[in-house]
Design a protein around this ligand. Structure first.
Ligand code: FE2
Length: 536
């Protein structure tokens, strides 16, 4: 039999070959397998809250109709919560998606629960498949409720994972190696939260394998936007963007400090009232835009009161994001006579977004332009923190112990005075007056610096001087000022003569000219530099 005869002999009447039938059956099998498995759950499930007696979940399906969470401590999954999904639309192609949110109630503390989530199957595929089951369903996942009585907790904190999902995923893969009770994200999950289609690839895909089993608490970032997509997806029903929770010896407050345009009064009052009302041994606060940050955005959210209010509220750690870098500040000491805690500020904005430049200072205990996450472990009065890079290498380590509520002396010896930190912020915020015109070779011009310093509590000595990289200016002698502890307003003026032609660029004039301020306050000696800029 030749090849042509052989092929004809296998043909099915009606001119469709057996191989074509086999191909169609195989293709249908692939489609049905995809729809019948967890592929019908297009985002999540993600655990948004877990306490002693309840847990909140979210997930998304492509098909409208009620969903369910099936759960139990054993494998029966006999308990059930039904959901009515929220319809949302992709901005790019108006594709619809359906967000399911559920609270599992009346749970027992310190117990492991199994759960799976379900949604509706696409009707046409349901008819073709004739499988009898009208829903798609996820795999079975586990989570653990908060124990009623524990003195131990382990958790991760990271932030700013937007824009680069591959790097975010590498960070998450390292985080998945740690056994933790929860994760805090300091915000900026996506490049633009107004575009619903970004949440899948930039956030939900990279956190797979982590967020199904441990709760993910999020302090909203400015990139989440105000379209409501963030709230629809990630704030459980009945909850607000700012919220607090307890786990054994820890009280943790997450604050939304971006939705209302960096408003501070309301949020600072919340921080003060929430943390003061807690009797927990350790108090953490996370919000997106830092109150202390040197480099990147140089954020000073809540300036000039936040540092004092956080201390008076008894906060131990403030972990934020926004600037894409790692910086752990030395603990900050209140002025003499002040009553409050030594707060450690950490900027943890290295979750995947493009890294930003850091400005090292004497106030940093550790800092770097590096992708990372922080692992905290608290056991009673002892706290340890290890910060890991994207390869799982430890880049920072801290251990502190409290005795009768007071931190160990070795840690407190590293503290820096709040007045010095505040002065550094003041000096950075105040720029030299922009030159009104381009300086001309051989013609003198004035550099002016108008500084307003609030009460520091102790005097400061400052020396101002001009610096030119190329010796292209005739520079005046440095000037020294003493700032009284009550603060005040000061005006420093220099006369300079260019010895070469000067060009105006976006940053410093060319050749570059800088104003340097070296200061001493208490034991702190530091300096800050400003480029001299001219109007074009
Ligand atoms: Fe941000």
């Amino acid at each position: 039999m030749d090849i042509e005869k052989s092929r004809k002999s296998l043909c099915v009447p009606g001119s469709v070959s057996i191989s074509s039938w086999l191909f169609l059956i195989a293709a249908l099998g692939v489609v049905l397998t995809a729809v019948g498995g967890c592929a019908g759950v297009t985002k999540g499930p993600v655990l948004l809250r877990v306490s002693e007696d309840r847990a909140a979940l979210m997930w998304e399906t492509e098909v409208e109709g009620p969903g369910k969470v099936l759960y139990s401590q054993d494998n029966s999954l006999r308990k059930k919560v039904t959901t009515e999904p929220i319809r949302v639309e992709y901005k790019i192609n108006k594709k619809a998606a359906f967000i399911h949110k559920a609270w599992l109630e009346n749970l027992e503390p310190g117990r492991e629960y199994n759960y799976r989530v379900t949604g509706q199957r696409a009707p046409i595929l349901q008819r073709i498949a004739k499988l009898g089951r009208s829903s798609i369903q996820s795999k079975v996942y586990k989570f653990r409720t908060v124990p009623a009585d524990t003195n131990e907790v382990t958790f991760l904190v990271y932030g700013d994972s937007r824009t680069d999902p591959k790097t975010h995923r590498k960070v998450v893969e390292q985080m998945m190696k740690k056994k933790v009770d929860f994760v805090v994200h300091c915000g900026d999950l996506v490049s633009s939260g107004d575009r619903y289609e970004q949440f899948g690839p930039q956030f939900f895909e990279p956190v797979k394998g982590l967020a199904e089993t441990v709760p993910l608490y999020i302090a909203k970032g400015n990139h989440e936007g105000n379209s409501g997509n963030f709230e629809k997806l990630l704030i459980p029903r009945g909850e607000k963007n700012s919220f607090s929770f307890d786990y054994g010896p820890l009280h943790y407050l997450c604050v939304d400090n971006v939705s209302k345009g960096l408003q501070t009064k309301e949020q600072l009052e919340l921080i003060a009232s929430d943390t003061k009302s807690s009797t927990a041994r350790w108090k953490f606060v996370s919000y997106h835009v830092p109150s202390l940050n040197f480099g990147g955005h140089w954020s000073a959210w809540g300036y000039p009161d936040a540092l004092r209010i956080l201390s008076e509220a008894g906060v131990d750690f403030v972990v934020t994001g926004h600037s894409h870098q790692y910086e752990r500040f030395r603990p900050i000491a209140l002025p003499p006579g002040g009553d409050g805690s030594y707060v450690t500020h950490i900027t943890s904005g290295g979750g995947g977004a493009p890294l930003s430049r850091i400005e090292q200072s004497i106030y940093h205990a550790e800092a770097g332009k590096i992708y990372h996450f922080c692992l905290f472990h608290i056991k009673g009065d002892e706290l340890t923190m290890d910060t890991f890079d994207i390869n799982g290498k430890i880049i920072d380590h801290l251990k502190v112990v409290k005795t009768d509520g007071r931190l160990n002396k070795q840690h407190l010896w590293t503290a820096v005075p709040m007045a010095a930190v505040r002065l550094h912020q003041d000096l950075h915020r105040t720029k030299p007056t922009k030159l009104p015109t381009r300086p001309k070779k051989g013609q003198s011009f004035n550099v002016t610096y108008k500084l307003s310093v609030p009460a520091l509590g102790e005097p400061a000595k400052m020396t101002f001087k001009l610096r030119s990289d190329q010796g292209a200016y005739q520079l005046p002698e440095p000037k020294t000022l003493t700032i009284p502890k009550e603060g005040g307003t000061f005006n420093v003026e220099f006369t300079v003569v260019p010895l070469a032609e000067v060009k105006v660029s976006k940053k410093p004039i060319v050749p570059a000219l800088w104003l340097e301020c070296h200061y001493e306050i208490g034991r702190a000696r530091e300096h800050i530099s400003h480029p001299i800029v001219a109007k074009p």
